[in-house]
Design a protein around this ligand. Structure first.
Ligand code: PMP
Length: 461
């Protein structure tokens, strides 16, 4: 128990002095006190299984002992030196991280957040291509700086002011909601339940989407573009997957028009998808720029942009890019130890094995409950889309989803939310999660669904 701050006092302080936005996530937000690996503890001493990892951020576990030890050592040695100086943690980290990326992605820029990383990637794309327009998918989330907000196409994050000059959105080839929702068109152990009636051949439907994509490219200024941003699997939009092969064709079209391709690995990188270390590898593509954040530091603020020597040179020719905190010794030491832990503890393999186990268990819930419309994802990036019924695929009303969400929390399971209507639960635990913990989580989720159905039945009489 944590005595020095009561729950009611924390609520008062929050209302008076902190951003009003985050409180909307839970009806009764948690006052967290401590974390250990995949578990969180509130100030009352209650424990919660963390299947949201602080929004897909805690990659190797809360307060992982080895990560903490390295961070403490570095804190005692050297906290800060601007990037104008050399220091061993930065150089060691650059070598380790670049070894994990294929040629020619070998030049690293260190920054502090995903938005900053994407801002920088946008600058690089423009500096290298000499073009302006950048394309991203509807439903994409790439950050919320005023610059990058032009590429974030989730309505709740937008204001009615122009943001992000030269940003264009293109339709998101969403396998569940698009006409191509066949049974073999996405890269996941779990396929959509309904065969598509209007496009029996998924590949033919993919072609239609490529045509749409081409159309967007053709409407950009001077028909030449600077770049295309894509998350290998959309996170904030609710674990949305594209048809197999789509990104490969899209990359080709972008390059034909002089643009560069950017993979936003902020959520999908560092082994989370199980089968591969990077999400772009699951699409069999090689981006020109890769951005990463969140899991890179297991929750410590750090981020990176990795690109080719040519693109790095194009940027350097045009401007001096400087970042006070990017590449600071503590962040770099943590980044290195996170990579070591992922390897030593086989966390990518664990994501693959435990993630697939969870997907298959959740697919059974989808078959059991009409309101579970879709179960999707790869490794430990899983989405459960809640619908009114499987035929309509209309989103379950927000109040009902809120209640299921709250019930899971009250039973000791924290899950995330995503999608335009906040209709998709996101299950993205730290990569050290175990099968018995997955059993617990699935059981809690099932109980919350049963509670929900019983509650609704009572309301009818
Ligand atoms: N890209 C993606 C895919 C993200 O999910 C996020 C954060 N949700 C960002 C970029 C922005 O990262 P940050 O919040 O660190 O600026």
């Amino acid at each position: 128990r944590y005595q020095s701050l009561t729950y009611s006092r924390a609520l008062e302080i929050h209302k008076q002095h902190l951003s009003p936005m985050v409180t909307a996530y839970f009806q009764k937000p948690l006052l967290l006190y401590q974390g250990h690996m995949e578990w969180l503890f509130d100030s009352e001493g209650n424990r919660y299984l963390d299947f949201f990892s602080g929004i897909v951020t805690v990659s190797v576990g809360h307060c992982h002992p080895k990560v903490n030890m390295v961070a403490q050592k570095q804190l005692n040695r050297l906290w800060h030196t601007s990037s104008v100086f050399f220091h061993p943690p930065m150089h060691e980290y650059a070598e380790k991280l670049s070894a994990l990326l294929p040629e020619p992605l070998k030049v690293i820029f260190l920054v502090n957040s995903g938005s900053e990383a994407n801002d920088l990637a946008m600058l690089m794309a423009r500096a290298h291509s000499n073009n302006t327009d950048i394309i991203s998918f509807r439903g994409a989330y790439h950050g919320c700086s005023p610059y990058i907000l032009g590429l974030t196409n989730v309505g709740t994050f937008k204001m009615e002011l122009p943001s992000g000059m030269g940003c264009q959105s293109t339709m998101c080839p969403d396998v569940f909601h698009g006409p191509w929702g066949g049974s073999h068109c996405r890269d996941s152990p779990v396929q959509t339940i309904r065969k598509c009636s209007c496009a029996p051949d998924c590949c033919q439907a993919k072609e239609q989407y490529i045509e749409q994509f081409q159309d967007t490219l053709n409407t950009s200024v001077a028909k030449s573009i600077a770049g295309f941003f894509a998350e290998p699997i959309q996170g904030v939009n609710g674990v949305v997957q594209y048809p197999k092969g789509f990104l490969k064709e899209a990359f080709k079209l972008v390059r034909e028009r002089g643009g560069v391709c950017i993979a936003d690995e902020v959520q999908t990188g560092f082994g989370r998808l199980g089968s591969h270390f990077w999400g772009f590898q699951t699409h069999d593509v090689l981006p020109d720029i890769v951005t990463m954040a969140k899991g890179i530091g297991n929750g410590f603020p750090m981020a990176a942009v990795v690109t080719t020597p040519e693109i790095a040179k194009s940027l350097a020719k045009r401007l001096l890019h400087f970042n006070t905190f990017g590449g600071n010794p503590v962040a770099c030491a943590i980044g290195s130890v996170v990579l070591e832990v992922i390897k030593e503890e086989n966390l990518q393999e664990n994501s693959q094995e435990v993630g697939t186990y969870m997907l298959l268990k959740l697919a059974k819930l989808r078959d059991e409950f009409d309101i579970v419309g879709d179960v999707r994802g790869k490794g430990l990036m899983i989405g459960i889309e809640m619908v009114q019924d499987k035929m309509s695929r209309q989103p379950l009303p927000r109040e009902e989803i809120n209640q299921i969400h709250e019930d899971c929390k009250d039973m000791g399971l924290l899950v995330g939310r995503g999608g335009i209507f906040s209709q998709t639960f996101r299950l993205v635990p730290p990569m050290c999660v175990t099968k018995p913990e997955v059993d617990f989580a699935v059981e809690v989720f099932r109980s919350a669904l049963i509670q929900h159905i019983e509650r609704k039945a009572k309301q009818k009489f």
